[in-house]
Design a protein around this ligand. Sequence first.
Ligand code: NAD
Length: 348
Amino acid sequence: MTPSRPEDHASGAAAGRSLAGRRVLVTGGAGFVGSNLVRRLMRDGARVTVLDDLFTGRRENLPPDGIEFVLGSVCDPAVVGRLVALSEIVIHAAARNIVVSTRNPREDYETNIGGTLNVLLAARAAGVERVVYTSSTSVYGNPRYLPINEDDRLSLLTPYAVSKLAGENYCMAFYESYGLATAAVRYSNIFGPGQDPANPYCGVVAKFIEALFAGRAPVIHGDGDQSRDFTYIDDAVEATLLAAASDRAVGEVFNVGTGVETRVNQLAEILIRLTGVRVEPVHSDRRDVDNIRRRVVNIEKTRRALRWVPEVTLEEGLRRTVEWQRGQARPGGPAAPPAPETGSGGPR
Ligand SMILES: NC(=O)c1ccc[n+]([C@@H]2O[C@H](COP(=O)([O-])OP(=O)(O)OC[C@H]3O[C@@H](n4cnc5c(N)ncnc54)[C@H](O)[C@@H]3O)[C@@H](O)[C@H]2O)c1
């Protein structure tokens, strides 16, 4: 059920208004989520700086003009200190991803924990108004109950889950100890336009679409009955900006998902239908990072506190993503097949 929105709520427009003209630093701003955040912030009139080491991000993900782009690492306290001191709001999205983290926990530790500590120390020193930390539903591991609430028992099954939770804990400790206004959003499997299939660590949606466009069968790791809560990028961006703008977000952590559980087999079926490519998925062995069986989160707290509701259904989000990826066919690469005639080339 969609809750009604009271007059005083921080709607998307309200969040946008309150961020207009504000100096916002987005770490990891050249990545998938970060670049979508940046574009939205620019549309809302914020003055945006991006700090990114281009580990997985790309400069081309960002508009050529209208932002300050700084090539550098959150592991460098000097550059972090300088940029944070010039900002009113920090959205901290830079991180090593789960695959890199599992392969190299030290690198994960340095960026995801050390980098976050650098951001928080700089934010405290500069007295910034808000730090929003992009955490992950990976911290829930294999939950006992579904849907998962924010205060349910956590189970840390990967070094990535450990580092993302450490970042969250530091945010809360800086709020409690020093009064720094922090908030954390726990994203659940974000997908959508801008998720680069050429990035070897990108999510399953972009990978499946890329395979289908190349006429290959999507490869499902394991039996495909594992489930996730897939969240469309615009909804994740909206929740993040509300966490940056709303007083109710301070000192809190919020699930950002949909409350809808989808099996990977179902996801493959939908994408095969939307792309119109006639193949059957194939199954391969499960990877070491695939140790979570089911995930769907409860979003009631986020709905109530931030007056946020996810607006894009899985089907509509996948439709938009397929169309975006169709338009991205690389020069010299395989051409994407034409959209099927059954009307799946829907609005963007
Ligand atoms: N995409 C998801 O489904 C998802 C789910 C849960 C959490 N998250 C979190 O959201 C954030 C953004 O993830 P994403 O999906 O956009 O991934 P991404 O890899 O596309 O973006 C991460 C960005 O951080 C940059 N980066 C990495 N290490 C850095 C460093 N040391 N210094 C500066 N920049 C660095 C990368 O170059 C990249 O641009 C991350 O914090 C991630 O943990 C994402």
